[in-house]
Design a protein around this ligand. Structure first.
Ligand SMILES: CC(C)(COP(=O)(O)OP(=O)(O)OC[C@H]1O[C@@H](n2cnc3c(N)ncnc32)[C@H](O)[C@@H]1OP(=O)(O)O)[C@@H](O)C(=O)NCCC(=O)NCCS
Length: 141
């Protein structure tokens, strides 16, 4: 695995970012703000993260996806560590299948009271809810 770097997304990256998000059934990011990319030495996108400030003012990882070819190599952890440098108190709602990832990188399970009500409502209305088992997490408790 070559080295990779984390950098801001540009407007021209957003089609590829949103295709990556869509491939894992995540909604698109509305724009490049809050989107950071993991790029290899040739500028190929290995993964992407979108951090959004919720209506309650909290910073939330809305989406983090690593290209399946590059999973298990530390790319997801690097995207999260990068986000933590700018947003030390990060919240998120994990899909059940990804809970082990967030626990491995030191996030703590929290209560839904720590999560903006909009995100809880999004889960409650999601057609995947019966099989997703979403879990709220917070970096700083
Ligand atoms: C979840 C995801 C972002 C992880 O990215 P990644 O680059 O493969 O993760 P890393 O290689 O950085 O792994 C960091 C640690 O998490 C662990 N980990 C990664 N995915 C895991 C999973 N699904 N379950 C349990 N542990 C996991 C790794 O073993 C590693 O642990 P270690 O430090 O003890 O060795 C990636 O699997 C992905 O894109 N999944 C599909 C999209 C998704 O579900 N996103 C999260 C939505 S809530």
């Amino acid at each position: 695995m070559k080295q990779f770097e984390i950098a801001d997304a540009s407007a021209s990256d957003m089609d590829a970012v949103n295709n990556l998000f869509d491939s894992q059934r995540f909604p698109p990011a509305p724009g490049k703000e809050g989107v950071r990319l993991a790029l290899d030495g040739d500028g190929h996108m290995l993964g992407a993260i979108y951090v959004e400030t919720a209506p309650d003012g909290s910073d939330n990882v809305k989406t983090v996806v690593v290209n399946p070819e590059y999973r298990g190599l530390g790319v997801g952890a690097a995207l999260m560590e990068d986000a933590l440098r700018s947003h030390p108190d990060l919240r998120l709602v994990s899909r059940g299948v990804s809970v082990g990832f967030y626990e491995a990188i030191g996030f703590k399970r929290c209560t839904w009271d720590d999560i903006d009500p909009q995100y809880k409502a999004d889960c409650d209305s999601c057609e995947d809810l019966p099989t997703c088992y979403p879990v709220p997490f917070r970096s700083a408790l």
